[in-house]
Ligand binder design. Sequence first.
Ligand code: ADP
Length: 602
Amino acid sequence: MNILVINSGSSSVKADVLDPDSRARLLKIRVERVGTADIAVTVDGEGVDPPGDGTDHEATITRVLQLVSERVDAAIDAVGHRVVHGGERFTQPTRVTDEVEAAIEALFDLAPLHNPANLAGIRAARAARPDIPHVAVFDTAFHATLPRRAKAYALPGELVEKHGLRRYGFHGTSHAFVAARAAEFLGEELPHLRVITCHLGNGCSVTAVEGGRSVETSMGMTPLEGLVMGTRAGDVDAGLLLELMRREGWDADAADKVLNRQSGLAGLSGIGNDMRDIEERAGDGDERAQLAIHVFAHRLRKYIGAYAAVMGGVDAIVFTGGIGQNSALIRYRATSRLDFLGARLNEEANRAARAGGDTPVIELSHTHSRVKILAVATDEEAEIAGQTAKLVHDADRISEAQTIPVAVSARHCHLTQEAVEALFGAGHQLKPRKMISQPGQFAAEEIVQLVGPKRTIEKCRVVGPTRSKCQVEISRTDEFFLGLDAPIRGSGDLEGTPGITLVGPAGTYQMEEGVICAQRHIHMTSDDAARFGVKHHDNVEVLIDTEGRDLVFGDVLVRVKDSYALEMHLDTDEANAAELSRGEQGVIVKTNAFVRIRRKQL
Ligand code: ADP
């Protein structure tokens, strides 16, 4: 496949033709000063004629497509467009239609500097090439998986509702790309790693990636929150802003200008936003430049520590962006005193490391460091091309999709024989009440009480036969009711899960671990898997096709065993959300190459 990736910014347009698999560039077009008389176009670094009929985005994109058709022999299969803000709606790469264009336009308020220019590029490219698919890839999308606790601002509910206030996060394409490259380099599956990715360019953000998903990120509703950046302040006390508005008589625009364009490295150093200049002046003894470096690195290290706490540890710390890929000084400062986390920098390797070109990934950690520290060259265009190609390819699969039965599994528990005897009396054997669809399993006559830290659930059905470990599967609603934090897990993956007290007619049994919210999953045979084109432990999305209220479930785990009966299992909360009664049909709409999730927290 050959994908054209267009990044249409307010004053520049970047267009790359690349093969999403090898990431090799066939062509690189750069247009600067779009919309001015000084508009300039280069192809692979060489200047060429600007557009003949204007300098706006439309003329620019027309010129870009003309250059592509002149210089690339191969056919272009699809166009991937970068879009900064996807709002609530766009949490995945999305095939562009007129309706999608209108929805991107409706998000202008959230990204007034970026989305209009992004959309102008999309419109011009679609008009010129209506014959091929156009896909929008959103900077915010990777962070759509932020758990509610990380997304929410502690503000009055009515206000939050009225304005849709929440944390979105940005640079998602870059965080996703470098996290995947880091896993590849380490020879691990990304879903098995806890990674902290530090994107340090002109804009800077840090993300905690757990189970292959973004679970925390430093930018918020806007890109202003978080790290110190080239010209943005990052975190400041909101009270300080109020005070300045009072004292200086600022309106919103004045505050915007100071916090977004005059602060950060530029504000601290008084030199400008370029880290190279600041490092040089700091080396010459300039105190403000030194302070800028101290504050920048301290803030970053603070976030790294915090994100390790969020994930209960960290396996890899990744530096990317112009500063992350090149600045030994910032990497050194940001990782110093992290021995307590098991992260030790190899100072010599760090000093020389510049990630990019032939060395896109460089290991910076000491041999004795448990945590891997890496510099990884980001490549947002390659990520956009990859996501675009995947969507186009997956769309072909949807047409071949087939239906599967969906079953709702209510709260239940599996017990060991020891627990059965403690709860129901010595020598007690579970009595089958009803066989359930998975062969050999039955709902038992027996019921236990679940005693949580906060409250008790009176009835929890026991599912037999007995197992080698106790496991209690509850819904999110149950979890809150009981007052505990049950992670989302596949059956049997119980390490580090909370315990609970079970009460039966003959006594109590204390489980040390084993309370989970079951991960949504589908049981199938290998024949089924071949038909659907998935494999064991793939992570798929499933569309539940209910009259007028379709719902797509993400993160559905595929479990393949020839003794299984084809069936998708949802818990009661999920089934209620989809307005399901037993026996509805689901359709696999999309697959992501993936495996099992460990230590995931939502
Ligand atoms: P953008 O966010 O615009 O894509 P980049 O990722 O190119 O920005 O990062 C720009 C930042 O990287 C600038 O602050 C620049 O000074 C810094 N940078 C680039 N090379 C080096 C280097 N060798 N040492 C320190 N900082 C560097």
